[in-house]
Write a protein that binds this ligand. Structure first.
Ligand SMILES: [Ca+2]
Length: 188
């Protein structure tokens, strides 16, 4: 092949061909790895548009369903907000599924102050909605978007329990999206 390139395109063509072949050795595996990583991170949000319940909301518009509508860009009403003493938010995935991560989009992800990002919380899972197991415990989150991976577990109900709702003492929990991903990620 090198000789063919040399005869048709001369020395310049041959050099370009050699560079291209070297580049391919590096670029193709790198491209494949990037694509795999992207799929692993995105997958399908198993909680999207699923039935949801939670502790009483700050107002009628900021109900549990707003945290499972797939959007963070709809303004301050695009979230679940609760200022109850006991704050929790729960999705019903519809059937028992193997899950291994949760992504939470806090106040800052929706355009509000990052001071209102959820500080401390737990994720509990259940197959029947009665007996729950804790799979995630967070004590010091500050991020607008937090990702929480755990050992794969079969569950139908996924619950967020808010311990400390904000960074600055504000008493309301604000969750713009509560996403649940399978293991392996669905939709691949
Ligand atoms: Ca939302």
């Amino acid at each position: 092949m090198q000789i063919v390139f040399y005869r048709i395109f001369g020395l310049g063509g041959l050099l370009r061909w050699q560079i291209m072949m070297q580049y391919r050795k590096i670029a193709l595996p790198a491209l494949f790895l990037c694509a795999s990583a992207a799929l692993a991170q995105t997958g399908k949000n198993l909680a999207l548009h699923r039935p949801a319940i939670g502790s009483a909301s700050c107002n009628e518009d900021e109900n549990a369903a707003q945290a499972f509508n797939g959007s963070v860009s709809g303004g301050t009403g695009d979230k679940w907000c609760s200022a109850e003493d006991s704050k929790w938010l729960q999705a019903d995935l519809g059937s028992n599924l193997k899950i291994s991560s949760v992504v939470l989009r806090h106040a800052g992800a929706g355009g509000e102050s990052s001071d209102w990002n959820t500080r401390a919380f737990k994720i509990h899972v259940s197959t029947d909605g009665k007996e729950f197991t804790t799979v995630v415990t967070v004590t010091d989150n500050t991020a607008d978007v937090s990702t929480h991976k755990f050992e794969p577990v079969v569950a139908r109900y996924v619950q967020l329990e808010v311990i400390t709702p904000t960074q600055d003492g504000d008493p309301a929990a604000r969750i713009y999206e509560f996403e649940v991903y399978g293991d392996p990620p669905a939709g691949k």
